[in-house]
Ligand binder design. Structure first.
Ligand code: PLP
Length: 380
């Protein structure tokens, strides 16, 4: 079996699995806010995990707010910035995840804000001149992702941060697909708010982090007993947060794997192109995550390729998981002006740090035989 849908959700990283089993067997289990000895032990382990996460992400300890994942972090960042904000303009890009798009739409429809969607160039990178043109005194916030979940294309988030910082406009960077797949240094990024989800990096599902440059600006979304320094009420998922630290530590100590993954991915892409020169690799010449390939053979339907791959035990997806049932060109590809011919044909192959790069060898053989078979009976 080859699991190649890491951008959807990554399997537990081996160290995380070991840690969880040990912790389940040995404990301790207690409320981290309890004053007894067991509570203190749990609290210490959780705060130690916060330090590890802060170190790997280049943040201060207090800038790390544990939560349930990126969607919550994004929602809380929007709420923190826009609560009682008289500035009207929210700037997002046309390739954002629905977690960002729907927050912006909510504030536009329910709170009278204006939503500006930046142009994306054909290489998948947002148009920085368009951003410069739109940034003004009435801009409440900018939200642009660091790496795209479909294409893996990396945005110039540091330049965006600089432009926003110069205009004193808060910048929320959706780093969900970036963190754990390449190095991220929060302090040096210039970003005001960044987010991550544990299940994208091999930690437990239902865990995540909101990073806030100035934590005093974070307004609680869940009001409760003052946990997370008053930023998120409710007893913490301490075991889940420990897994974030274990997965991030694993990432930091296995960085050398990224280069190997990148080399194997490029070899895989060039072998497929050699055999089928008409193949399109979305964002081929743009900076991309080392673990993502978004590939189409025009005329061959992506879902047919996905089903054929699945019959060989290879799990990929045709676009982001949430829009899997729509056989249409995704909005990300539309924003990049990709033709429907390519848009209907794409499959996303996404691996992770824990994947065996040799998987690409099997993927090459399988994809070539599937393209040979399906191109004889073109689907559209
Ligand atoms: N942002 C991006 C870029 C994503 O890919 C995802 C998930 O696919 C999210 C946000 C939302 O993450 P979650 O569903 O873990 O909250």
């Amino acid at each position: 079996m080859i699991y190649a849908d890491y951008n959807g959700s990554a399997p537990l990283c081996p160290d995380v699995r070991e840690h969880v089993i040990k912790r389940m067997q040995d404990g301790p289990f207690a409320n981290p806010n309890a004053i007894h000895h067991l509570g203190s032990k749990v609290l210490m382990a959780m705060e130690n995990s916060r330090s590890v996460c802060a170190k790997v992400l280049g943040a201060d300890f207090k800038q790390v707010i544990f939560n349930s994942g990126a969607t919550e972090g994004i929602t809380q960042a929007f709420f923190s910035i826009l609560h009682k904000n008289t500035k009207k303009k929210i700037i997002i890009s046309g390739i954002e995840h629905s977690a960002v798009v729907n927050c912006a739409k909510y504030y536009m429809l329910d709170h009278g804000h204006e939503m500006v969607v930046l142009k994306t160039k054909e290489d998948g990178i947002i148009d920085l001149d368009d951003l410069k043109d739109h940034l003004d005194d009435d801009t409440a916030m900018v939200a642009v992702m660091a790496a795209n979940n479909e294409t893996g294309i990396i945005q110039p988030y540091k330049e965006i941060a600089e432009l926003c910082n110069n205009e004193d406009v808060p910048f929320l960077c959706d780093t969900t697909q970036f963190i754990g797949k390449t190095l991220f240094d929060f302090k040096h990024s210039g970003v005001d708010y960044a987010v991550m989800s544990g299940h994208k990096i091999g930690a437990m599902t239902g865990t995540g982090i909101l990073l806030a440059k100035d934590p005093t600006t974070v307004k609680e979304l869940v009001i409760g007993g003052g946990q997370e320094n008053g930023k998120r009420g409710g007893t913490q998922n301490y075991l889940g947060y420990e897994t974030l630290a274990v997965a991030l530590h694993y990432f930091e100590t296995h960085l050398d794997r990224l280069e190997n993954l990148n080399t194997k991915r490029l070899e895989f892409e060039s072998k497929i192109k050699e055999k089928f020169p008409e193949v399109v690799i979305v964002g081929e010449n743009s900076p991309r995550l080392s673990s993502t390939t978004y590939i189409a053979l025009p005329g061959v339907h992506g879902q047919a390729v996905q089903i054929e791959l699945e019959s060989k035990g290879i799990y990929v997806t045709t676009s982001s998981a949430c829009s899997d049932n729509e056989p249409v060109t995704s909005k990300v590809l539309k924003a990049m002006n990709v033709s429907d011919d390519v848009g209907r044909g794409v499959v996303r192959i996404s691996l992770g740090l824990c994947s065996d790069p040799e998987f690409y060898t099997e993927m090459t053989t399988s994809l070539i035989s599937i393209y040979e078979k399906l191109s004889k009976i073109k689907s559209y």
